[in-house]
Write a new protein. Structure first.
Length: 129
């Protein structure tokens, strides 16, 4: 009889260990899913023209916690599609809707700073919590 109790106890311990591992795995997957959804909801697009490459926004690729893409206005009808009036222009989208637009001044240079745009992105992320 003692042998049966020890065997049952060992089986119970193994089942508890398996459940703990399984639940830890599920928690990890949930955290990854939530974090990737937050980052992928914010998209930042940088628009410029080939003739204005001297005024390209050099720090654009350093923006964090967002999906980034650089587009030329004369490709794929981007100027009309995104209603670009001046280059460079940076547009921030949340859930595929425009939430903020930063445009160059009359000299075709970006007025907004990297910090200003990153701060706006960070505020968007924090507004979800």
């Amino acid at each position: 009889m003692v042998i049966k109790i020890n065997t049952v106890g060992k089986v119970d311990n193994n089942i508890n260990t398996v459940w703990k591992i399984f639940l830890t795995y599920l928690l990890l997957l949930f955290c990854l899913l939530v974090s990737s959804n937050v980052y992928s909801q914010i998209t930042v697009k940088h628009f410029n023209a080939e003739w204005n490459s001297a005024n390209d926004v050099e720090w654009f690729s350093k923006l964090k916690e967002c999906d980034r893409s650089s587009l030329l206005i004369d490709k794929d009808n981007n100027q009309k599609k995104y209603q670009i009036a001046v280059v460079p222009t940076i547009i921030i989208f949340k859930d595929d809707e425009e939430v903020k637009r930063f445009q160059a001044d009359l000299s075709f240079k970006m007025v907004a700073t990297r910090k200003e745009i990153q701060d706006f992105i960070d505020e968007l992320i924090m507004s979800d919590f």
